[in-house]
Design a protein around this ligand. Structure first.
Ligand code: HEC
Ligand code: HEC
Ligand code: HEC
Length: 449
């Protein structure tokens, strides 16, 4: 959960430099004429020379997976940022509910709790162990930089709570609050019992209020981050190279000699709003189809190109198609029975606690829970306003992420096994997010922390 803080901007600099030197961004408008020339090949008797016509169902390859199988978690992003490699199959994830152990009380322990408070403090501040308590709590005057405020200030907790409740709280907070966002540190084995004891020994030393004077240090006064970089300026957003490359892929002949442009001579008009209406329930697959999976399946069926989800070509094409819809309001089709069921499932998946840290999407991304607060140096954003800019450049990762890769990361960061990008569950969640973001204007490619 704790990933790059606001301070870790070394990649940012590297990329800013790279993008500054590499701009020849002029070929913005492509070549409708060239497209028109290609249009003489007739794909099948059903298509005219103008080929694609509104009202016909887009050809899709329906049998094969649209992403790598067997799915293997990324080791590094394209620019070398690493992903954790632990498997968490003994905890629930979005595909398997009911795997995680239920709330349970700590095994018997001695009172008063006596442990090594110094070691407890080291554990409480250790980023490697579940992210440290400081992700969510201010903890007295030794609190390290950029504490979060998802949980209450614990600077005086040693004066207000007894040993037993402290031990129980750290072992499994669900005993007191079934819906707690705080991980069941002991019950889920993040910390051993002797470590919980040492952490409690440290908590018992916290008796003095600690006012953080520095306004940007204090999580309650720290200003929310504002993204002010111009996402459509290629000197600022390296994902703009993806846009150029997407345009090229659109014109490029696939394995059967056809290009996208062979059938779509005027993509600027044909796809002016298309991406804003995605994802959609696709009856032929009986699940939700997003832009990226559409590209894989429609590409296979029409140009015979293999553009697996999250491959460079796929992301580039996704940027291109999203960018054509810039300014269009997100307006997913939600009325059919299939769409309604998918939407309901997506909403319910967003409430499912997953992973060793036992968190749900709604814990971090809704105002009712903990959105608009800080987890260490990262701000928790509300779900509304979070989808219209995908695919997006991630400065802290040095990579372009489609929305499914974002879901995968939000799973892995709470120590839940991620699903392949074309998983049905991600489709349902993507539709639920599109519904929440209805009316937001597509603005792609994005750029974010
Ligand atoms: C993801 C955020 C998060 C992390 C990380 C976290 N907590 Fe909490 N903690 C909370 C929240 C929120 C509460 C408020 C009660 C609740 O919702 O369960 C809380 C409450 C507590 C309380 C009870 C405070 C009181 O008197 O009401 C204690 C003690 C506590 N946390 C200790 C810890 C310790 C020790 C760690 C690190 C091992 C830790 N927390 C890590 C979110 C977190
Ligand atoms: C052989 C002709 C052909 C080729 C090649 C082709 N398409 Fe299509 N495409 C169609 C037809 C037919 C439709 C359905 C009618 C329509 O929506 O215009 C369609 C629809 C679409 C749609 C709207 C889809 C929907 O379901 O609403 C998009 C977007 C699209 N194509 C993109 C592409 C891209 C990107 C490529 C290149 C990978 C491509 N097409 C290649 C024939 C083709
Ligand atoms: C532990 C808290 C946490 C949980 C749980 C979590 N996320 Fe996130 N999520 C984050 C953080 C932190 C960011 C980065 C915010 C930013 O861009 O600064 C983020 C970003 C996102 C974004 C992109 C926001 C943007 O504007 O770029 C989306 C979409 C998203 N999460 C969806 C989800 C979904 C869906 C789930 C559940 C499967 C989920 N998240 C679970 C913490 C969480």
């Amino acid at each position: 959960m704790v990933r790059a803080s606001r301070n870790s901007t070394n990649l940012e600099c590297a990329h800013a430099k790279r993008s500054m030197s590499a701009i020849t961004f002029t070929a913005r408008l492509v070549i409708a004429t060239q497209a028109a020339l290609c249009c003489t090949t007739i794909f099948s008797p059903a298509f005219s020379a103008q080929s694609a016509t509104a009202g016909t169902a887009a050809p899709l390859e329906l049998k094969r997976p649209a992403s790598v199988r067997p799915w293997q978690r990324y080791k590094v992003d394209s620019q070398g940022s690493s992903w954790p490699q632990t498997r968490w199959s003994n905890f629930s994830n979005l595909a398997n509910a009911g795997v995680s152990p239920p709330a349970h009380a700590a095994p018997a322990f001695n009172l008063p709790v006596e442990g090594d408070a110094e070691r407890g403090r080291t554990l409480a501040y250790d980023r490697a162990r579940g992210g440290s308590c400081v992700v969510c709590h201010v903890m007295g005057k030794t609190t390290p930089a950029q504490p979060g405020n998802v949980g209450p200030d614990l600077s005086t907790v040693g004066a207000t709570r007894d040993d037993q409740s402290l031990f129980n709280y750290v072992y499994d907070p669900r005993i007191y609050n079934a819906n707690s966002i705080m991980p069941p540190w002991g019950a889920y084995g993040v910390y051993r019992l002797d470590e919980v004891r040492d952490i409690v020994a440290f908590l018992k030393t916290l008796k003095e209020p600690y006012a953080i004077a520095d306004k940007t240090e204090n999580p309650n006064t720290r200003p929310a981050p504002v993204e002010s970089r111009d996402n459509l300026d290629p000197t600022e957003n390296p994902a703009m190279f993806g846009l150029d490359s997407g345009r090229e892929v659109f014109m490029r002949k696939g394995a059967n000699g056809k290009s996208c442009a062979s059938c779509h001579a005027a993509p600027e008009t044909a796809f002016k709003t298309w991406a804003a209406r995605m994802p959609r329930y696709e009856p032929r697959l009986q699940r939700v189809l997003g832009v990226e999976e559409f590209i894989t399946r429609h590409g296979r069926a029409t140009t015979a190109d293999e553009m697996l989800m999250q491959s460079n070509d796929n992301i580039a094409m996704s940027i291109y198609l999203h960018n054509l819809a810039n300014g269009a309001a997100i307006s997913p089709e939600l009325s059919g029975a299939g769409a309604r069921a998918a939407l309901a499932n997506g909403q319910s998946l967003m409430k499912r606690k997953v992973g060793q840290l036992n968190m749900a999407c709604v814990d971090c991304h809704t105002r009712e829970r903990h959105a608009n607060k800080w987890v260490r140096g990262q701000y928790l954003v509300e779900s509304k306003g979070t989808t219209a800019h995908f695919p997006t450049w991630r400065t802290s990762r040095g990579d372009i992420w489609d929305i499914r890769k974002r879901f995968q990361w939000c799973n892995v960061s709470v120590r839940a096994d991620e699903l392949p990008p074309d998983a049905k569950q991600y489709g349902d969640i993507e539709l639920a997010l599109a519904a929440l973001n209805k009316g937001e204007k597509i603005n792609s490619p994005g750029i974010r922390h």
